[in-house]
Design a protein around this ligand. Sequence first.
Ligand SMILES: [Zn+2]
Length: 407
Amino acid sequence: MSWLIRDVSLADGRTGVDVRLDGGVIAEIGTGLNLRGETEVDGDGAVLLPGLHDHHIHLHGTAAARESIDCTTGLAALRTATTPRVRAVGAGVSVDRHTLDQLVPDRPVRVQHRSGALWMLNTAALAELAPLPHLPGIERDATGEPTGRLWRLDDLLRGTWPPRGDLTALGRELTAFGITGVTDATPGLADPPALPQHVTVLGERKLLLHDHDLPGYDELRDRIAALHRRGLPVAVHCVTRVSLLLTLAVLDEVGTLPGDRIEHGAVVPDPEQLRGLTVVTQPGFVVANRERYRAEVDPDDLPHLYPYATLLTAGVAVLPSSDAPYGPLDPWAIMRAAASRELGAHERVPVRTVLDGFLHDAELRPRSITAGATADLVLLAAPLPTALDSPDAALVQHVWIGGNQVR
Ligand SMILES: [Zn+2]
């Protein structure tokens, strides 16, 4: 199917532009283009943008979270469970299996801590995993009995319950936000989940540094060097000062590849040290978790939390992302968060900066509306200045992915 989108404005300031889509690509850009049997869409002066790309998301986790019990306001929500197995997310407390048994004694319960690092299982859920392997992440009490707390053991749990999470619904949700591509940052995920969006998986390139059990310098150096030798840039999860310093020291020795990324960069005391790298940040966290960060983050770290503006000033590339399900998914809410954050107000950046970040592709390259480019497009319902004044998902009017209109 081919399209002629009439009278749109572009992010570079051009107005009154017609854009022809054919064969999945942008075939022609001009003014007063002749109709050649395409379906016409009248842009009415609104802005046509490349589709947004979420640079760090966990697709299966996000889909599952949509069908899980929300424990952000407390574990009492578990009492509402009606399913034979209970999956819950967003817990802010760390409890053992006995506490969970009191809430749900009769069927397996898995509760994910909001950090994503910890799963808490009740006795029935632990029994399903028997015999439990001996892994450092399986916490045990003084008598050697598992407490039900599993640290960083997503791999152990993955696939042990019937698949949940409706990717079709998630695909629609992403489309409604104008997202035409995502990078799934789940470590080790090999196969791109099937969605209407373009999906890139970081897979083995994603290095998760466990802050309670950091790898040694030599181990991390060898892992990064091995990936680099294969031409693969790395994506290193750094949410603390220590993990960032370790990573930077290693990269200083082994060198960087274009495309090397720091995921989160949650605490960056010295942005200058990151020059040449790309930080994939989550401005949504500083708004969604503001009160918790104020209460819990080390006061020495607070001024350096989720930097954006100071990184850009230091010449570090920064791209925005959701880290859903741990952070808010809506990229327009993320733009608002980055531009208006109160925690670290000195790190605010203009909406335009964040939007431009979402317009980069999976290889971290900027995209624009150019002839020959894949027709991944978003037509908003307003000109760009209106969208920048009040970024809102409700502005997303039409979306094309690979030349197919999906909205
Ligand atoms: Zn993540």
